[in-house]
Design a protein around this ligand. Sequence first.
Ligand code: PEP
Ligand code: MG
Length: 321
Amino acid sequence: QKAEWAKLKNEPTITTDGHAVELGANIGTPKDTVGVLENGGEAIGLYRTEFLYMGRDQFPTEEEQFEAYSSVLKAMEGKPTVVRTLDIGGDKELSYLQLPKELNPFLGLRAIRLCLEMEDMFRTQLRALLRASVHGNLKIMFPMIATLDEFRQAKSLVLDEKAKLQGEGVEVSDSIEIGIMVEIPSTAVMADTFAKEVDFFSIGTNDLIQYTMAADRMNERVSYLYQPFNPAILRLVKMVIDASHREGKWTGMCGEMAGDEIAIPILLGLGLDEFSMSASSILKARAQISKLSKADMESHIDHILAMDTSVEVATYVKEKM
Ligand code: PEP
Ligand code: MG
């Protein structure tokens, strides 16, 4: 099996009926790019930049960030590289940033909410990203977007910093896509509206499931509610993908679900464009997808979306897809 997978390392990911999808990796540090390329990753679908901010006693400087982002972009040699802006708060804390204790940290001031409030910190990250953009194929992604207004504010800061840098004579790429994570149900529901303004979506199922089912992703006592195959989740995923395609945009997925062998046939049938997973899952996923027909997977979708339960969906996929 390993030998079969190894042969696929430099191959594209194509279904039996000729439909191509992109298999990317989730990374946390620049060193991780080695594993991405060794495992035949076609892209980085999620670079979690918060690790750059964690395990230290002060904010990383613009220069330190520039070095990290540039080295990832260079290592990827022009392959799409989605860098997510700082997603801190919730379960991820910084020792040097004392924030007031919150009753519900997962519903609190985290990710883009915190970045829009701490604008100087956010602008520093954006400047580092924009300066690094000339070294590869950068896509900037904002986490935890709940409203269009948040996206517009964040995007306007990117454009503002870009204009400033160019005014200083610093070169910035003109082809940076700006997208969002879809991990809050309001954003999935409003995907048609967002799709007119964003360049891409990446569905963060780890949080989308948590927020849709109102079940803490870390709490074992409610883990029975953490259901990737609940038709509620699948219907939201479909809404997002369809909305993006109607506007000529693309949708990826960077939650754990994207690398799950039961989820993959469904996601293929739903038309997902990019799957981002841990690097070690890529070749296995490519082997699986290369044996599936997209048209065949599509033919099961209406039936699946009309099912009542998560268990019913998973059982059906194992038997029929
Ligand atoms: C997600 O929520 O699905 C995701 C990819 O982000 P994180 O796991 O970092 O919250
Ligand atoms: Mg998330």
